[in-house]
Each structure stands twice: as C-alpha cells, then as structure tokens.
Design a protein around this ligand. Structure first.
Ligand SMILES: Cc1cc2nc3c(=O)[nH]c(=O)nc-3n(C[C@H](O)[C@H](O)[C@H](O)COP(=O)(O)OP(=O)(O)OC[C@H]3O[C@@H](n4cnc5c(N)ncnc54)[C@H](O)[C@@H]3O)c2cc1C
Length: 397
C-alpha cells in the first residue's frame, strides 16, 4: 500500500513498455522508484498490432523471451494497390526477421522486471492531478479506491499517447490533428495466408494517408488493422468502414472471426520541442517519439525510458542537480531525432502520393534485391531508381 503523504524520489506514471523500462533502469541504479499504472491489469487491454523486428530488439539491447512471443516472422512485404510487392524473405536462410508479440505478457513481464530490480509497482493506481512544488511535485492518486496525495522529487511521465501529465506540467504536447493516426484493428481467427510474413498494404483508396497491416499471431490468427491520417479522416466510423472493405476484398481474411477489436491513436508528428520540464521527463508516446512512418512505438518508448531512468537516478544521486534532467532531452535527441525527422518527411511524402505513383515505386522496388525493409534501405534503392524523388527528401527537412 502507498502511504498518504509519503515521499518518493522518482515516480513513474504509466506501466507501458516505456514506464516499466524507465523504472527498471532507475531501480537498477539503486534509487527508490514508484511505478504507477491506472489499469487494473498491466498490459490489458492491448492497444497494439504487436509487431517488432529483430533490429528493434537489438536497438533496445535485449533478446525477446519465448513467452513474450506469439509468432516468429521470417519475411515482410510492402504491397501496392495493384498487388506489386517488395519482399524480404529470410526463410531460406532460416533467419528470423521479427516477431508478433503477446503484449499482455510482454508488458506484464517488463513491469515484473522493474519490480525485480527494486521498483515498487502498483497497478490500479491512477494519477489524477499534479501540483508543482519548488522541490518537485505533489501527485493526487486514486489508490485502492481512495484519493491520496504523495510527493516526488521527479516524475517520469510514461502515460501514453493520451498523456495528460505532461500537459498538466505545462509542457507543449499537442499533436496536430493531421499527424494523429486513428487506428482500428481486429484480431481475426480462422484466416488463411503465410503466417511467417508481415504484410503492409499501401493503398489510399482503402487507407487514406496511412497503411493497412496483417501481422500473424499464429498459423490461423492475425492482427489485421489500419491507421488513417487525421487529415483524411471523414465522418465517425470512417476507419471501420475502410477496414471492413479492406477485409472484404481479401477472401482469406474475410473468412475470419473478429475475436478482438482494438481502437487507438498513434502520434506521427515531428518530435516535440522540449520533453523536460520542472523536474519532469516525458518518455515514449507521451513524448511523441513513436516512429512517424510506421507508427511503431515500443522501441523508442523503451529507449527513452532507459535514458530517462538513468538521468533521473543520476539527478537523485548527485545533489538533485537539474542539469542531469536536462541531459535526458539532449541524449534521446542524439540517438533518435534524425531518424524521427526523416521518417516524418517520408510519411508526409507517401501520404501525398496517389495510388498510381505508389504502384510505380513499389513495382520498381520489387525488382531490387533487398535484405531489409528498413526505411534507410528503401531510400537507398529509391535513390538509384528515382533520383528525382530522392532529391525531394532533403527539401522537406
Ligand atoms: C492500433 C495500434 C497498433 C500499434 N502497433 C504497434 C506495433 O505493431 N509495434 C509497435 O512497436 N508499436 C505499435 N503501436 C504503438 C505502441 O503501442 C506504443 O507506441 C507503445 O505502447 C508506447 O509505449 P508507452 O510506454 O509510451 O505507452 P503505453 O504503452 O500507451 O502505456 C501508457 C500506460 O500509462 C497508463 N496511464 C495513462 N494515464 C495514466 C495515469 N494518469 N496514471 C497512471 N497510469 C496511466 C496507461 O494505462 C498505459 O498502461 C501501436 C499502437 C496502436 C494504437
């Protein structure tokens, strides 16, 4: 139980991958950390397509455990409106490309890892307001059904894309509507297809300003979803209408039963101007570090979480010198900012292409021998095939 009026050096708000990883890193440095999650069960309900590539886990610096994984992926395809496909297939080399996770297990395990490192974890505990103090923050919580108040030297805001904590602290976290991806996904049971391959469909008729995905959870089960740019979002129900017509157009998917429905938003904006305030650090989706191109955010949430956990611990251990907190903003930018900007530009570029142009580019790329679908690899090949397109990319910076 958390005691009313108790003091905590570091409070992490939100036990998604970012928050748990931040709590783990800070606790490993020997600093007391309190990790709070408003949901009763960490990791549930899932709001994710659960896709992670091998290189993403390598970026974080961990090897996925067997129990985190629903399905192993050996290939990936980008598919154009008329069916041209850029394919990377590692199956003949017996190589793994990535995984479709079981996020319920994954998120819960990360929180357990934080606890094993010494963090105190409380699910079912939501932060409802924060009040600035000269030496940190006072937080109001709903804990075991009661409202209590605690104090913290530093807050790590890991409260996801709907983040309120950063806004309460006076940080500018607003995402332009056009950069909000509205997503809908069904987990379909009883579907047919190559369950070792992740598919990305770019077709602005089905999915304006975004893409649709099929990520296999097993031989007959797949997460099938799409994200539509806020700029193209019409009336209520638009995403559902588009997802339904996408599924109906594919008999191997249309035969599936909808066993899970997930709706959620993904920020796909440029990086925020500032992610550090008075004794507060924003991480993960709350810091808008989701990859703007594909919308994946687990990796960057954990990377920013790791840096924030370390900087917050150093702040506590070094006479509460604010310079350690400011270092957080610099460090994550050095690691991620360039690719976030580049991917933002590519997203904007693709969003403005019409289906004919998408077809031409994917058809041309389909003849190239690719060993990865990483954006940097694709750009390199586009530069060779279409120097006139590649020329436009720096102009967008
Ligand atoms: C449809 C969809 C598909 C996606 N697919 C992928 C994918 O395939 N691969 C990928 O890498 N990423 C994907 N993402 C993005 C990914 O889910 C997020 O980027 C990632 O979860 C961000 O982690 P986080 O820790 O920053 O935030 P979250 O995982 O959102 O965690 C935030 C946590 O904070 C808690 N919280 C919020 N407010 C409070 C409060 N006041 N007090 C206490 N707790 C609070 C929430 O309950 C939540 O548990 C997808 C997102 C969506 C919506």
């Amino acid at each position: 139980m958390i005691k009313d009026r108790s003091h905590h050096p570091i409070v992490v708000v939100g036990a998604g991958p970012g928050g748990s990883w931040a709590a783990r890193t800070a606790a490993e440095k020997g600093v007391p950390v309190l990790l709070l999650e408003k949901r009763k069960v960490i990791g549930y309900p899932v709001r994710c397509a659960e896709g992670m590539t091998k290189s993403m886990f390598a970026e974080i610096g961990i090897t996925p455990k067997e129990e985190w994984i629903s399905n192993t992926i050996t290939g990936a395809r980008i598919i154009s409106p008329s069916g041209h496909a850029v394919l990377v297939d590692s199956s003949h080399k017996n190589e793994i490309c990535g995984w479709v996770l079981n996020r319920e297990v994954f998120d819960s395990e990360l929180a357990i890892m934080a606890a094993q490192s010494g963090a105190t974890v409380h699910a079912g505990t939501g932060v409802v307001s924060i009040k600035k103090r000269a030496d940190g923050w006072e937080l109001s919580l709903i804990h075991t059904g009661k409202r209590i108040s605690i104090t913290a030297d530093v807050i790590i805001a890991a409260d996801g894309f709907e983040s309120q904590v950063g806004r309460w602290a006076g940080l500018e976290t607003l995402v332009p509507f056009k950069d909000m991806m509205t997503c809908l996904e069904y987990t379909l049971e009883g579907v047919k297809g190559d369950h070792r391959t992740m598919d990305f469909f770019f077709d602005h008729n089905f999915c304006p300003g975004g893409y649709a995905w099929v990520f296999w959870k097993g031989p007959k089960k797949a997460n099938v979803g799409m994200g539509i740019s806020g700029a193209r979002l019409g009336n209520r129900g638009t995403v559902q209408k588009h997802l339904e017509s996408f599924i109906s157009s594919k008999p191997d998917l249309a035969c599936g039963e909808r066993v899970r429905v997930i709706a959620g938003g993904i920020p796909t904006s440029k990086p925020l101007k500032c992610t550090v305030g008075h004794r507060i650090l924003l991480i993960g989706d709350a810091a808008r570090v989701t990859d703007p191109l594909h919308g994946g955010g687990i990796t960057n949430a954990m990377i920013t979480g790791d840096i924030a956990g370390r900087c917050a611990a150093q702040f506590i251990q070094n006479g509460k010198d604010d310079a350690y907190l400011k270092r957080y903003d610099k460090e994550w930018r050095m690691r991620l900012e360039r690719s976030l900007y580049l991917h933002y530009m590519i997203k904007e570029y693709i969003g403005n292409l019409n289906n004919d142009q998408i077809d031409i580019i994917i058809e041309a790329l389909s003849h190239a021998k690719l060993d990865s679908l990483e954006p940097s690899t694709l750009i390199k090949h586009v530069e060779i095939i279409y120097p006139q397109i590649a020329d436009k990319i720096p102009q967008l910076v």
